[in-house]
Design a protein around this ligand. Structure first.
Ligand code: CA
Length: 664
């Protein structure tokens, strides 16, 4: 009896705060951001402001369900506050230590049709907001099938934003465009918004475990506001999420920054993913890789077997020798297995006759290099699921530590979209199977990343980006100069990108006029600026042999102690500085610009004040210009301290890459 009385008192305390008409509030730890949550004519909503200025106006919440609705006729039945502050260590990434500091407000709602319960949990960090829905197991909703998530993000004004469209996008391989929210089609996230001169926002999501991808559709309001309404990627039966008897959504995230670079250094998305629980993660190792790849895109080699086959035993041995000599940990072989020629059955264990799998992997192991396996499914995800246990155990035995997966094809199995809940489930099954065999994954034609690498840290890198390959064969001339000045503020916010930088060969014989639209120094800068824990030096080894610029790439780490963004303007230029995690105290800097040449000043205040550093500077050389003189590059040495200010001179679509090494 006594115990029941205590529980009853506790429940009364929780409910008391919630039944008042005033909206509930929570502020960020530094007090600048403030969230309110309440009920507007039966509809749950939230707002977000910074220092009293609205960031998001009244934005509704809820679901349309196959068997009802959880968006109208709702009441708040209880709420609770919580606070959290700790730090955790990443296995790899852009920062080693991440602080997870937030204030939390949980709101339990009841109502809808049939009358049911739902909890929305808001976490307010100094750098933004995350919130998610939980529909608990309850008699009223035995089978939860979401037909629409009704989450809104209401911007008080129509403002410019960067995004790629959902409808005309395949594998997210589009150029990001800046236009007003109101004129956009349905867009993928991240959606990067210039809300005011000192308000930059990025709407995305975290921890998409078993759910559909988030898209957003604009709807202009009569008051000048624009509401971005969630539009989940559907199953082919039109439903969005088949949740069973309970639902836990991914976190919906809004990063709030004062300048564009703040978006890049936010770790809010990673904080909202669950920690990894694996006992042994020693097999997960970031690194640099090369591969038989660019020569295929340049049509010098073929994926399929034949007179110009690329992935031969002989070619692989040359690449492995080069990797061992120049500090690359992996060598990718594309087109090593049956499945590329017309009519061939796809096999992830059967090599082409001129690719001796045992010999190639033995040769690699002996030289301390691993082969990066490749499984192109042509979208047949079921085929991979059938073969992956056998394939991954074979790879494990042979010392193949990374697999690049591919899903070229409009849909998975011709049935479901890559971005659907079906896709999410498939990609996760592959990661889990790979982990059992100590294999890291580089996923191409993926689902947009949401920070799952915190939980499943063998999810190293993903495509889902318009990468370097477009500079080989795209009919539109390749990626424009602004592209890599845009990606860090857009796609890059979602997670690592297998963009494949560092092309030194600027020939354009595949499509005249199509080649990298950058200077050579900018290609080096991209190696630092575009983050991937498995970073590919994408060119053929013939282009790197005896090239002085290779010395930057072979020294550049792919996991970092700390990352800062000294300057940047979305789509125009960006400078990123990263401190090596290897204890050497070295810093690596990449700075790059769009088609406008510019001079940037870089105060070195981030360096240790009691040290001197030797700077090796790889910069645009005399007359460098992306159109008529892209290869002009100078390498110079300069000793500096934290008191120095470097002047970065960037040619049109140029760049600079700098290595700073502490002097003894
Ligand atoms: Ca691609």
């Amino acid at each position: 009896m006594r115990k029941n009385a205590v529980i009853l008192l506790f429940m009364v305390a929780l409910i008391t705060g919630a039944t008042s008409a005033a909206p509930l509030t929570v502020t960020s730890p530094d007090g600048h951001l403030r969230l309110t949550a309440g009920i507007d004519k039966g509809r749950p909503y939230y707002t977000l402001s910074r220092d009293g200025v609205a960031i998001l106006g009244t934005s509704h919440l809820g679901f349309a369900l196959e068997s009802g609705d959880l968006s109208t006729g709702m009441k708040i039945v209880s709420s609770s506050h919580d606070t959290h502050d700790d730090s955790w260590t990443t296995l790899w990434g852009e920062d080693e230590i991440i602080r997870n500091h937030y204030n939390q407000l949980s709101v339990t709602l009841q109502g809808g049709r049939p009358r049911a319960k739902m909890t929305v949990t808001f976490r307010l960090f100094d750098d933004g907001l995350g919130f998610r829905y939980e529909i608990p197991r309850q008699k009223a909703l035995p089978h939860i099938v979401v037909t629409d998530e009704l989450t809104e993000f209401t911007l008080p004004h129509d403002v410019p934003a960067w995004s790629i469209p959902t409808n005309r996008t395949i594998y997210y391989e589009n150029l990001y465009h800046r236009d007003l929210l109101s004129v956009k089609d349905t867009v993928h996230t991240p959606l990067t918004i210039e809300a005011a001169p000192d308000v930059y926002l990025a709407i995305h999501q975290a921890a998409l475990v078993d759910y559909a991808d988030l898209n957003l559709t604009p709807r202009a309001g009569k008051d000048g506001s624009v509401t971005m309404l969630s539009a989940l990627t559907p199953w082919q039966d039109g439903t969005k999420v088949k949740a069973g008897n309970q639902l836990c959504s991914p976190w919906r995230t809004v990063i709030v920054g004062r300048k564009p670079g703040d978006l890049i250094t936010s770790r809010l998305m990673l904080n909202l993913n669950e920690p990894c629980t694996w006992d042994d993660t020693s097999w997960i190792q970031p690194g640099r890789y090369i591969g038989i790849w660019w020569s295929i895109h340049k049509k010098k080699h073929t994926w399929e077997q034949g007179p110009h086959h690329g992935a031969t035993t002989e070619n692989m041995k040359r690449y492995i020798d080069f990797a061992a000599k120049h500090g690359f940990s992996g060598v990718l072989a594309e087109g090593w297995n049956y499945g590329w020629g017309s009519g061939e059955e796809i096999s992830f264990t059967k090599p082409y006759p001129d690719f001796d799998l045992n010999e190639v992997t033995r040769y690699a192991r002996e030289r301390g290099v691993f082969v990066v396996g490749h499984t192109e499914t042509w979208g047949k995800s079921r085929l991979l699921e059938e073969q992956m246990e056998d394939a991954f155990s074979l790879y494990e035995r042979l010392g193949i530590k990374v697999v690049k997966t591919g899903y070229v094809g409009a849909m998975l199995n011709g049935e479901e979209l890559q971005h659907s809940q079906f896709g999410a489930r498939h990609y996760r099954r592959v990661l889990e199977c790979a982990a059992r065999h100590h294999i890291m994954i580089d996923n191409h034609e993926p689902m947009m990343p949401t920070g799952l690498q915190r939980t499943l840290p063998n999810l190293m890198t993903q495509e889902g980006v318009r990468g370097q390959e477009y500079n080989a064969w795209s009919q539109d001339g390749g990626n424009p100069p602004s592209h890599t000045a845009t990606l860090p503020f857009t796609r890059g916010l979602a997670g690592p990108m297998d963009f494949t930088p560092a092309i030194f060969d600027y020939s354009d014989e595949v499509v005249p006029g199509t080649r990298p639209k950058s200077t050579l120094a900018k290609q080096l800068a991209e190696f630092v600026v575009l983050y991937s824990p498995l970073q590919m030096a994408a060119d053929a080894i013939e282009s790197y042999e005896n090239h002085p610029a290779l010395s930057f790439i072979e020294s550049c780490p792919t996991t970092w102690r700390k990352t800062i963004v000294p300057n940047g303007e979305i789509g125009h230029y960006v400078t990123i500085a990263r401190q090596a995690r290897d204890g050497s105290g070295r810093w690596f800097i990449g700075s790059l610009t769009d088609e406008i040449s510019r001079t940037l000043t870089l105060p070195l205040t981030f360096l240790d004040t009691d040290k001197r550093y030797r700077a090796m500077i790889y910069e645009d050389g005399p007359g460098a210009d992306y159109l008529d003189n892209p290869m002009s590059m100078s390498i110079r040495q300069q000793d500096v301290t934290a008191a120095d200010v470097l002047t970065l001179r960037l040619a049109r679509s140029g760049g600079v890459a700098i290595r700073l090494t502490p002097l003894p």
